[in-house]
Design a protein around this ligand. Structure first.
Ligand SMILES: *[C@@H]1O[C@H](CO)[C@@H](O)[C@H](O)[C@H]1NC(C)=O
Ligand SMILES: *[C@@H]1O[C@H](CO)[C@@H](O)[C@H](O)[C@H]1NC(C)=O
Length: 341
């Protein structure tokens, strides 16, 4: 069941109008969670205002932003559907399953310890749910159509921020056993084996997000950026180190599976330009989030908001606004969609 691409044809005209994707499937953390954490026992939740302040007239849904998150924006921009539903949502319909679902869980990481600390869906738990999804899809759509969907659907992975900022730099457990270079090596090997697990289950179009400039997140500026709250060079370097490792791993896996497209998706360079030149993109504030003081609040600490969210790149001290996410997703599609053909 292919769907045409009305949004993209208008928004991103470098994309051939005849590309179609049946669905999008996402694994990841709070950058892309659309509500899975509402259904599990964790404090990593965003199902209360002001989260969702600009979502369907002000509806908190567990998305860690004021509105849509990149998983939603991907399916919207690709013309598939307006939102990517959380797989744990008990109200999912057959059509929801056919056009793609989301396994992401705020607080998750490549490192099992990261997901453990936050009591959220780990990589292996997300994979288990994906296997359960495939069984359901086969019942709904049959064997043959299920394998077509799995083969043609872009499957997107978004992990790593919590591993570096929380698990590695935020506590002693990993730092005492790994230097940063060996830690990103560990993360890269988790990413690589996850991608191979997806391949074994029939996935052929896999896109893996790298890390953004983590040192420029408002929370990290506050914690380690000194009196001026500068970007933290050490964390930006860690993100780049991870990105280099990840892209090497993906190239290596892809060379072993030539019938697949396994793509490293850079989200470092364009966001860094956005953060360094907010005015160029119609923003005013890059170093603080909209909610609270903007310097440290995330989740339940995020109570009151700024007067004009459109001026902000960041919604809270860790997560971008819908407006910034949309620019990011449009840029990603423009740069990478052809690699999936
Ligand atoms: C899309 O159209 C282009 C140009 O007309 C053609 O070369 C390409 O093969 C088409 N791609 C698909 C997937 O049909
Ligand atoms: C909010 O900010 C945006 C972006 O700077 C601007 O275009 C808009 O006019 C502002 N709205 C108000 C009510 O000030």
């Amino acid at each position: 069941m292919n769907v045409s691409l009305p949004y993209i044809a208008e928004a991103v005209n470098s994309i051939p109008k005849n590309i179609t994707f049946p669905a999008v499937i996402v694994f990841g953390d709070s950058l892309v969670d659309t509500g899975n954490n509402n259904y599990i026992k964790t404090i990593a939740k965003a199902n209360y205002l002001p989260y969702g302040k600009d979502f369907m007239g002000g509806k908190p849904t567990g998305r860690f932003s004021n509105g849509k998150v990149p998983s939603d924006l991907l399916v919207e921009e690709l013309g598939i559907k307006p939102l990517l539903p959380a797989y744990l949502d008990p109200t999912l319909t057959a059509q929801d399953l056919i056009t793609g679902v989301n396994f992401a869980s705020g607080g998750a990481g490549y490192d099992p310890l990261t997901s453990d600390i936050a009591s959220v869906l780990s990589l292996s738990k997300q994979l288990e749910l994906f296997k359960d999804y495939i069984i359901k899809l086969k019942r709904i759509a049959g064997e043959e159509r299920t394998s077509t969907i799995l083969r043609e659907t872009p499957i997107i992975l978004v992990f790593g921020s919590n591993d570096i900022t929380n698990t590695y730099y935020g506590g002693p457990l990993r730092k005492s056993h790994y230097d940063i270079s060996s830690y990103v090596g560990l993360l890269g090997s988790y990413a690589s084996s996850f991608v191979q697990d997806l391949y074994k289950l029939g996935a052929r179009r896999i896109g893996v997000f790298g890390l953004p400039p983590l040192g420029c997140l408002p929370s990290q500026r506050t914690l380690k950026g000194g009196a001026e709250r500068e970007c933290v060079e050490l964390y930006n370097q860690a993100a780049q180190l991870f990105n280099d490792k990840l892209s090497v791993e993906l190239n290596s896996v892809n060379s072993r599976f030539p019938d697949a497209r396994m793509i490293y998706i850079d989200i470092y360079n364009h966001p860094l330009d956005l953060i360094q030149n907010p005015n160029k993109y119609g923003f005013r504030t890059a170093n603080k989030g909209c909610c609270g003081s903007g310097t440290i609040e995330v989740a339940f600490l995020c109570k009151y908001t700024c007067s004009n969210v459109s001026e902000y790149i960041f919604w809270d001290s860790f997560h971008p606004t819908e407006k910034a996410y949309r620019l990011l997703v449009q840029q990603i599609l423009q740069q990478y969609v052809n690699n999936f053909i």
